[in-house]
Unconditional design. Structure first.
Length: 275
């Protein structure tokens, strides 16, 4: 792991712009600011300072957007397409979304928990049925929905070959996007290609893999093959924005930057999406 990143982790450093990630900023004079809403799970969520350096890609979207664009990250740890709606999170988004805004919809990780009646869905029936609620709600508000297939986990064979873990859920989302003519960001395929290129060791710098003593929030270390630290969240946000042609205010200059320092992110005192 890079020395600079180790130093930042031990110091618990962050940026100064966390509040802008999920808190609605005042509208600019003359009208509504274009807004990107995120409906998703823990891989996209915004995390609190007690979770540092864990971060979700929704927490990093602002890095690649111009300052006049808001990001309202409603992604919730443990959520599926079903539970997110059942908990009223979709209603919360639809109350605030306006014509021309964008809704990024990314689920699958927890929909796969089919033994859990509160979260589990089946890919070709109830998963698609619930996703339609998001698409229909956005369109009723004259906003734009973009489906985002679930980011792939860090899964490698003993020989260092990556393998897919989401079963038929990405295919079901791809088919729904085609059927409904909804834009799609295939984050499953894009992230899988990234993990394949990086390999088993380098991917540890993007996922939440920390040695004992590296972070005060994880004194015994952590080996998490699903969630990300700042570097991984930033790079996944880059992928999402780069392939999301309908996302307003894309900052092409930021997208072209080869590296983005981890400390452009910050962690609020509490998780904004849960407050």
């Amino acid at each position: 792991m890079q020395i600079q990143r180790r130093t930042l982790l031990r110091a618990g450093l962050g940026g100064t712009i966390a509040g802008a990630l999920t808190t609605a900023a005042p509208a600019a004079a003359g009208g509504h600011r274009p807004t990107v809403f995120v409906a998703g799970d823990s891989t996209a969520a915004t995390y609190a300072v007690a979770d540092h350096p864990r971060a979700g890609w929704g927490q990093a979207l602002h890095v690649f957007l111009r300052h006049h664009v808001r990001v309202v990250n409603e992604a919730l740890s443990g959520a599926s397409s079903k539970s997110f709606a059942d908990l009223g999170r979709l209603d919360r988004i639809l109350t605030g979304i306006r014509p021309g805004d964008v809704l990024l919809v990314s689920f699958g990780h927890n929909d796969e928990k089919t033994t859990d009646p509160a979260r589990g869905t089946l890919p070709w029936t109830t998963f698609q049925d619930h996703l339609r609620l998001y698409l229909d709600g956005a369109r009723a508000a004259r906003a734009r929905a973009i489906l985002v297939t679930p980011v792939e986990r860090r899964r490698f064979t003993a020989d260092g070959v990556p393998y897919l873990s989401h079963g038929e859920y990405p295919d079901a989302m791809r088919a729904l996007a085609e059927e409904t003519r909804t834009p799609l960001i295939d984050l499953t395929a894009l992230s899988f290609a990234r993990w394949e290129a990086l390999g088993p060791e380098a991917t540890k710098d993007e996922f939440l893999w920390l040695d004992a003593g590296e972070s005060p929030n994880y004194p015994d270390g952590v080996q998490d093959n699903t969630h990300f630290q700042a570097h991984g969240a930033i790079e996944l946000a880059r992928v999402v924005v780069a392939h999301g042609r309908g996302i307003p205010g894309r900052d092409e200059r930021a997208l072209r930057r080869a590296t983005i320092p981890d400390d452009v992110l910050s962690w609020p005192a509490t998780r904004p999406a849960e407050s």
